[in-house]
Write a protein that binds this ligand. Structure first.
Ligand SMILES: CC(=O)SCCNC(=O)CCNC(=O)[C@H](O)C(C)(C)COP(=O)(O)OP(=O)(O)OC[C@H]1O[C@@H](n2cnc3c(N)ncnc32)[C@H](O)[C@@H]1OP(=O)(O)O
Ligand SMILES: O=C([O-])CC(=O)C(=O)O
Length: 363
């Protein structure tokens, strides 16, 4: 008999935060289409919406933005930790460690909006600090007059970012913020359900996020596109890969059995930014070819490009190095994790599913 794996179709919680409709290809955040929010609103406004249930009015937005801006600075103890973690440790491991270190202080059960703001604000600063340190560059302090997205790019590069890059990255961050009971969100809710603290729950989520089947996929997408190299190599490369039984990174989804609306939206955003770029042209060609060949090799499985495929394109278009792809996704998803943890605390009961023993009995 086939082993039970993967919890397909199991409902782990009711949620007011988002609807992921895998049949229609719809993603709704608290009653709004995520793709509309991505192009019409700023990071701060959608973060407020996800954690509070309503879009902010002007005064609420100003206060929330101020709170986020004032929480960006790294405590000295955290800087010392970032300085001594071995250089070769990937940024996701560093993030996981750094967030776990916040545990205690204000980070005690129950989770609060103040804690959510602190972690959301500090995460990009940790990423930028560590990225620049690892690359032998001087650390850039946050700039209070810049919004969350622009400040992230500024802390990475030391330059004021182009408005088109801020807009495109903002759209990606909003589309990456929240996605129902995905693996990292589930991991965070399980940890919190023991009445552990928000920092520990988010540290666990980061550990789940970095796997190549989840948030680690965009780095692999770049590797795939680099290996394919040109349009004429796409079909033979993909066929060979599928014949070996490999998975194509950036394709397939547990819930979407039609197009992932985020991939569609991100393709449009990237096209507006770099429509004539040969690399983007190759990505679009690879997407079409892969979808056709996946239908041939895996009939009836309904495999399409997922958010990670065009996340890779957008991050490449704004010149983010590949080592920052998954950390940047994390800087988006921290909002969804926070909203879920606040929701979990309202109805908390420890998660404890069953397993079926299939081993031998004592003789
Ligand atoms: C933000 C995100 O997390 S988005 C997802 C990012 N991850 C990726 O892009 C990695 C590649 N994709 C995958 O590995 C999967 O599609 C997942 C992990 C996203 C979903 O996995 P599951 O829902 O468990 O799909 P499952 O493993 O049951 O696959 C069903 C069938 O489709 C095939 N399949 C699924 N995805 C792919 C893929 N990317 N390439 C080739 N075949 C695939 C499987 O081999 C399986 O075939 P089979 O029925 O012949 O055994
Ligand atoms: O929902 C999932 O399983 C994976 C995903 O797309 C996400 O977390 O954004």
């Amino acid at each position: 008999m086939a082993k039970v794996t993967g919890l397909d179709g199991i409902v782990a919680a009711d949620t007011d935060i988002s609807l992921v409709d895998g049949t229609q290809g719809h993603l709704v955040y608290r009653g709004f289409w995520a793709k509309d929010l991505a192009v019409q609103y700023e990071y701060e406004e959608v973060a407020y919406l996800l954690c509070n249930g309503v879009l902010p009015d002007q005064a609420q937005n100003q206060q929330f933005t101020k709170n986020l801006t004032e929480s960006r600075q790294l405590p000295e103890a955290l800087k010392r930790l970032l300085d001594i973690i071995p250089r070769e440790m990937p940024i996701m491991g560093v993030l996981q460690t750094a967030i776990a270190m916040l545990s205690g202080g204000i980070f005690i059960w129950p989770p609060t909006k103040e804690q959510a703001i602190r972690i959301t604000a500090i995460l990009p600063t940790i990423i930028a600090y560590r990225y620049r340190m690892q690359n032998g560059l001087s650390v850039i302090e946050p700039k209070p007059e810049l919004g969350h997205t622009a400040n992230f790019l500024y802390m990475l590069t030391g330059e004021l970012p182009k408005p088109a890059h801020v807009k495109a990255l903002g759209a990606y961050l909003i589309l990456g913020m929240e996605h129902g009971m995905n693996a990292s969100t589930f991991a965070s809710r399980v940890v919190l359900s023991t009445q552990s603290d928000m920092a520990s729950a988010i540290s666990a989520a980061i550990g789940a996020m970095k796997g190549p089947l989840h948030g680690g996929a965009p780095t692999e997408v770049i590797a795939m596109l680099d290996a394919i190299g040109s349009k004429e190599h796409a079909e033979p490369w993909i066929r060979e890969s599928l014949e070996r039984g490999d998975r194509l990174m950036g394709f397939g989804h547990r819930i979407y059995k039609t197009k992932d609306p985020r991939a569609e939206a991100l393709r449009e955003v990237t096209e507006a930014l770099s429509g004539n770029d040969p690399w983007f042209d190759l990505a679009v060609h690879v997407e079409k070819t892969a979808v056709r060949l996946l239908a041939e090799y895996k009939p009836g499985r309904h495999l399409y490009a997922n958010v990670e495929f065009f996340a890779a394109s957008i991050m490449r278009a704004i010149a983010l190095p590949t080592e920052l792809f998954t950390p940047t996704f994390t800087a988006a998803r921290v909002v969804g994790w926070s909203a879920h943890l606040l929701e979990q605390a309202e109805v908390n009961r420890i998660f404890r599913p069953q397993s079926v023993y299939t081993g031998p009995m004592p003789g």
